[in-house]
Design a protein around this ligand. Structure first.
Ligand code: IZC
Ligand code: ZN
Length: 424
């Protein structure tokens, strides 16, 4: 059992409370449930109390056990950050593509020429499960330093049954051994591998008839995702794969309308996806359908930045009543960073989301996008004790600073995992 922790006298606590059942949308996204001069008491892996510091002190006084006190005077506390979309597990890197793109090659042209995802696939196929574990662990360590306490991780660089399972097993081992919790997504439909270039339907048959049943049987993923994009998988192919996943209990997610307007947002609503991600080119009709169906928009402004594209229209989505979440899209080709705080800066500066909306989008709404909002994503009694303490006086300060890491302490499942004594 962890000792009782008392986070004392934080200048500001962002609780984002009251939205564990439904994600925040519209104006609710700006409501942070702020506590000025707040105190939080943690016992085991749970939050026991969160409120004004005098009340937290009184709560502690009534306990029989002496708590460990973390003095948060002058500091900001938020829920642990949640990254709702990553391609965490892969081998190798693609720095040469940056140079090609600067000379005018597009992301899809590089993929069609056998680079991009297919290059990462070759590297990942050659890597052992242990190598994938070790390379990905380094990335997870960096995520944690940036305050990320839970993330979603997709397969999709194996593109054979054994290599897809290898990636998912590496993710499972990382989940078991690392402080960060990982929720896995099967994404065998990330690209058509070169050996099926002339017969994509034969590959889709393998995804549906072999890969999906094996993933479901071995309980290696919660979600099934598809790269629904011109030149990758059509809307019809994506629908068939997602419906097949649903029959096996895998919840649909979609890479939708990233590069061209393609009907991905509409498909997300049709299949009842938990989220549609990217959406740079989503149609008004697609956005309206997502709002009706309650599909969460997972926006990835770091990818737009790195691909030098206009980001998604977050304001339009918020105004339409679509709940918005944010994520890094951490991958070797279009977003090589573990800094979710930097992505939050991009959301604020490039998509004009307010600092309050940005925090909602990277905590409780991100938790909803990965199906974990009952457990994580806000600071309220009964939830998991996943928190970040920042060297910042208020929540505006962390959006106003950029490219610097203001994380002071990270608490995961009630334990200090970054900062605290190991920093002194
Ligand atoms: O490796 O390029 N968009 N998938 C869809 C990616 C980016 C990851 C990659
Ligand atoms: Zn992605």
């Amino acid at each position: 059992m962890n000792p009782i922790l008392y986070i004392k006298n934080a200048n500001q606590v962002v609780t984002v409370s009251g939205a564990s059942v439904k994600p925040k949308k519209g104006k609710e996204m700006a409501e942070l449930g702020l506590i000025e001069h707040g105190g939080i008491v943690i016992g085991g892996d749970r939050i026991l109390f969160a409120g004004p510091d005098e009340e937290a002190q009184a709560f502690v006084n009534d306990l029989t056990e002496e708590p460990i006190v973390i003095d948060a005077t002058g500091k900001l506390v938020t829920p642990g950050l949640i990254d709702a979309h990553t391609h965490l597990v892969f081998a190798g890197s693609r720095e040469k593509e940056l140079e090609m793109r600067l000379q005018g090659a597009t992301y899809i042209e590089i993929l069609e020429a056998g680079g991009g995802i297919l290059y990462s696939t070759t590297q990942t196929r050659q890597a052992s499960e242990e190598q994938l574990f070790e390379e990905s662990k380094k990335r997870l360590d960096r995520f944690l330093q940036y305050g990320v306490t839970t993330l979603e991780a997709k397969s999709g660089y194996g593109l054979t049954i054994s290599d897809e399972l290898k990636q998912l097993r590496a993710a499972r081992k990382l989940n078991e051994s690392h402080a960060i919790d990982i929720v896995s997504t099967f994404m065998g439909a990330h690209a058509v591998p070169l050996e099926y270039k002339s017969d994509p339907e034969a590959y889709i048959k393998i995804v549906i008839e072999q890969m999906l049943p094996a993933v479901a049987e071995q309980k290696l993923a919660v979600f099934c995702d598809v790269f629904c994009e011109h030149g990758v998988f059509t809307v019809d192919q994506s629908e068939r794969i997602l419906e097949a996943g649903k029959k096996l209990g895998l919840i649909p997610k979609i890479h939708a309308d990233e590069i061209v307007t393609f009907g991905g947002a509409e498909l997300a609503a049709k299949v009842g996806a938990i989220s549609a991600d990217h959406l740079l080119k989503a149609s008004d009709e697609g956005i309206a359908r997502m709002a009706e169906a309650g599909v969460i928009a997972v926006l990835l402004p770091g990818t737009a930045f790195f691909l030098m594209e206009e980001p998604a229209d977050a304001r339009k989505m918020i105004e339409a009543g679509v709940p918005v979440a944010l994520a890094t899209d951490r991958n070797p080709g279009s977003c090589p960073t573990e800094s979710l705080p930097l992505i939050m800066n991009f959301a604020c500066l490039n998509m004009k989301m307010t600092p309050a909306e940005v925090l909602t989008a990277s905590t409780i709404n991100a938790a909803h996008a990965i199906g974990l909002a009952k457990e994580i994503g806000s600071i309220e009694a009964g939830k998991k004790a996943d928190l970040v303490i920042y060297d910042a006086p208020n929540y505006l300060f962390i959006q106003y600073n950029f490219g610097v890491n203001l994380v002071d302490t990270v608490i995961k499942n009630g334990k200090v995992v970054v900062g605290g004594n190991d920093r002194d």
